[in-house]
Design a protein around this ligand. Structure first.
Ligand code: BGC
Length: 245
């Protein structure tokens, strides 16, 4: 049976990815297309890239779009790894106009978490679940009894006087050419802080790095269960689509 399809678009610091998604199964219905994020990643330039992706799919239905910052009712409040011109921008209005579609805009980690909870590592998990994405920054999505608490931004808690994502993101690992062991130590310290604050039942570790979970997950010592995300690079696209359905 063919379910409802929604175009999922995932805006990141390095690339913008899109694919139509069957929101009843979480399956991509066409191959994902990725274009580089324009630099500087200003609103109009990003909106043009989004329009081109929409046109490339010949899409006329609804679309869900992620953004790597706090998004409240379509308005962007923070943009740690994007151009500061986004702050205060009504992304829903801008992107809907550029794409000529009805769109929903939400935080990227929230979208990825929704996808994992519905179709991936968090399926049928209740209690307190914290999904973390380790990429350019650190994104967080908190679920209590299956319900999302949006825009949590736990990538920006301070550890040793520094923003956690500056120490423990995947970009920090690459930038400092750290071994997996050294980086796992930083991630472990970060998770310790989060356990002290939230006492989650389950951590789901996402972002591109989740494909290499065997290199660092066994080195972590959380009390809570910890599992890799299973939807890898598709989680943002799928989550954007289900949020907009
Ligand atoms: C942003 C978050 C985002 C995360 C992952 C952080 O710097 O503040 O909103 O979810 O990066 O992209």
């Amino acid at each position: 049976m063919n379910g409802v399809q929604v175009l999922g678009i995932d805006i990141g610091g390095t690339g913008i990815k899109a694919a139509p998604v069957d929101v009843t199964t979480g399956e991509l219905k066409a191959e994902r297309v990725k274009v580089p994020t324009p630099h500087p990643a200003e609103p109009d330039a990003v909106a043009t890239a989004v329009r081109e992706l929409v046109e490339g799919f010949g899409w006329t239905g609804p679309a869900g779009i992620t953004f790597p910052g706090v998004v409240h009712n379509g308005v962007v409040y923070t943009a740690a790894n994007m151009d500061a011109a986004w702050i205060g921008c009504d992304a829903r209005e801008l992107l809907a106009k550029a794409a000529g579609l009805t769109v929903r805009v939400l935080n990227d980690a929230d979208a990825a978490g929704m996808a994992e909870m519905q179709f991936g590592a968090g399926m049928s998990q209740r209690g307190t679940v914290l999904m973390l994405t380790f990429g350019t920054g650190i994104g967080s999505a908190l679920f209590c009894g299956g319900a999302l608490v949006p825009n949590t931004e736990f990538g920006h808690i301070e550890i040793g006087g520094r923003d956690a994502e500056k120490r423990a993101s995947n970009r920090a690992r690459e930038l400092h050419e750290e071994s997996w062991g050294k980086w796992a130590g930083r991630v472990d310290e970060y998770l310790d802080h989060l356990e002290a604050l939230l006492a989650p039942d389950l951590f789901i570790i996402g972002g591109g790095v989740s494909a290499k979970a065997d290199k660092f997950l066994p080195l972590l010592s959380t009390r809570a269960r910890i599992v890799p995300a299973t939807m890898h690079n598709d989680a943002g696209i799928v989550g954007a689509a289900i949020a907009a359905a």
